[in-house]
Design a protein around this ligand. Structure first.
Ligand SMILES: [Zn+2]
Length: 146
């Protein structure tokens, strides 16, 4: 299928999505691979500004939760989680939980589904107008099977 390469200043197609396989670049889990469970988008801190958030946090940080990576043990009591999503209120059981902690998106790299290498992402537009992500190594589309 013909794929046109996108202009460098491409619109925002997220580089990493839920269901992607990624490799961790740094930290205690460097080198580990896992599946993205969740992508967390945080509001960008106002530029040059009085941010109410702690300093040094990366602007507009996007974080990802990766299955089995960056695990923190949490000791919990049974409770109803208030942070649960509407459609899935979850009741937490007491005990020790292995919780995957979010990692900044800059610390992970997408793994190509075709060639299996960690890759930076190029963007392309299909003839249908659909925007897709493309592996810079092999040129194949990197798509989440869903
Ligand atoms: Zn590839």
């Amino acid at each position: 299928m013909a794929v046109r390469t996108a202009t460098p200043k491409a619109p925002k197609v997220p580089e990493i999505r839920k269901g992607d396989t990624v490799v961790v670049l740094s930290g205690k889990d460097a080198g580990k691979r896992g599946t993205v469970e969740r992508v967390i988008r945080q509001a960008a801190a106002p530029r040059g500004g009085r941010s109410i958030f702690r300093r040094g946090s990366s602007a507009g940080g996007v974080k990802v939760v990766i299955e089995g990576v960056n695990i923190a043990k949490r000791h919990t009591k049974p409770r109803q989680s208030s942070s649960a999503t509407d459609r899935m209120p979850k009741i937490q059981q007491g005990g020790i939980l292995d919780l995957a902690q979010p990692l900044p998106i800059s610390k992970v790299m997408l793994v190509c589904t075709s060639c299996g290498k960690p890759t930076r992402v190029a963007h392309a537009t299909l003839e249908t107008g659909r925007r897709v992500r493309v592996c810079r190594h092999c040129g194949e589309q990197v798509e989440v099977k869903s």
